[in-house]
Design a protein around this ligand. Structure first.
Ligand code: CA
Ligand code: CA
Ligand code: CA
Ligand code: CA
Length: 382
């Protein structure tokens, strides 16, 4: 446990240096580093800060940068490379230790694919329950989540399929990244401990989960690993490599509300190179003919980024939904291409019956940061 205590005290020190971070359940993560408030400029003369301060912030291995346990199948894990060299993922395994189990087993272990993860980039893992492809009682991933996933894991619950029961955490499990030699790289929760029921405000009920107050597993405070997301604080460069004695999520993570996907696909890290966040401006209203056909371009989003050579990705955050009040059939009339920013007609039958404006909320991401959300409507005209 000694090394865990050392890590925790380093984290406390790092929190002091980088200021207080919001942990409000209802607010988006909004890191507000205020070093000038917490360290008087005369206590640490600038000439005592070594010139390699930035590189000393780097990590030595992958970390878990985001965890999500949402509604239905909306479960995901984001990995991040906090080093300055690419890391091949094929020697890493994501493991779910279910309900306090000390061991996992093949259906609970996902071997990652042969992918080189570049420095300061993320890799998002979820279940292969894509929209239109689910069977049985499963619900599909919500489209705004599906759009951000890099790797869809076979989640058939079949004991003969490795990993098929892994991405099904529901709050009272430990989730770990390990090497193919069985060494912990990072851990959420405490392997071998199943937390008690804790209050989940958004659900209006208690669900077994790691919670916000000591002892973190006895139900005190608010449940944080069920119907919530966790975003790693930007000061954290190293994973938890020893099974901890208790899991206080808020030491290293900010809590975000359930089904909030706009932090996926990028991670704020103090050791990363300087970056200008991309921005996006849109008109308030675009129009499309009710006779338009599938594939017709309605508009093209045009993100701006002051940095050279960064790939921009466009995401739908909300909207693009129409429900026929007579038949109760729901439609998604448009499609947003992640890379080109083109919004095209996806369902021309929906256009023919729509009788009001379709609301869209979108953003642009450069893989290091995401823009503010912007909204517009598409007006369907005869
Ligand atoms: Ca849930
Ligand atoms: Ca569980
Ligand atoms: Ca993230
Ligand atoms: Ca940028």
């Amino acid at each position: 446990m000694k090394s865990v205590k050392l890590i925790l005290s380093l984290v406390v020190a790092a929190s002091f240096i980088f200021g207080n971070y919001s942990c409000d359940d209802d607010e988006p993560v909004n890191p507000d580093p205020t070093p000038s408030d917490t360290i008087a400029s005369d206590t640490i003369p600038s000439d005592t800060i070594p010139s390699d301060t930035i590189s000393s912030l780097l990590g030595t291995d992958l970390i878990i940068s985001e965890y999500g346990e949402g509604w239905g199948s909306n479960k995901y894990l984001e990995l991040y490379n906090p080093t300055n060299e690419a890391i091949n993922l094929s020697t890493y395994i994501v493991v779910r230790y279910s309900n306090g189990n000390l061991t996992a087993g093949s259906p609970y272990e996902v071997a990652l694919p042969d992918v080189d993860l570049e420095p300061f980039k993320t890799f998002v893992i979820s279940q292969d329950k894509k929209n239109g492809e689910v069977s049985g009682d499963d619900s599909p991933l919500w489209q705004p989540l599906e759009d951000r996933v890099d790797y869809f894991v076979n989640s058939s619950y079949d004991d003969a399929v490795a990993g098929s029961k892994c991405i099904q955490w529901n709050g009272d499990d430990a989730v770990a990244l390990i090497t193919d030699e069985g060494e912990f790289v990072d851990i959420i929760g405490e392997v071998g401990v199943r937390p008690a029921l804790a209050w989940i405000p958004s659900a209006g009920e208690s669900i077994r989960s790691w919670s916000s107050e000591p002892n973190y597993d006895d139900g005190n405070g608010v449940g944080l690993t069920a119907d919530h997301g966790l975003v790693r604080k930007s000061s954290i460069a190293q994973g938890v490599t020893t099974n901890p004695d208790g899991f206080n999520a808020l030491v290293e993570y900010d809590s975000i509300e359930v089904n909030r996907f706009d932090h996926l696909g990028w991670h704020e890290f103090d050791g990363a190179p300087a970056n200008n966040a991309p921005s996006l401006t849109v008109d308030s209203v675009y129009t499309v003919s009710s006779f338009a056909e599938v594939g017709d371009v309605v508009l093209t989003l045009n993100g701006q980024d002051a940095d050279e050579g960064q790939t921009l990705e466009y995401y739908l955050l909300d909207g693009n939904y129409f429900k026929d009040t007579v038949t109760s059939v729901a439609y998604t009339p448009f499609a947003l291409d992640k890379y080109s920013g083109e919004v095209t007609v996806a369902d021309d039958y929906a256009l023919a019956i729509i009788s009001y404006d379709i609301y869209m909320q979108v953003s642009v991401c450069d893989e290091y940061a995401e823009s503010e959300a912007v909204s517009f409507v598409i007006r369907v005209e005869d």
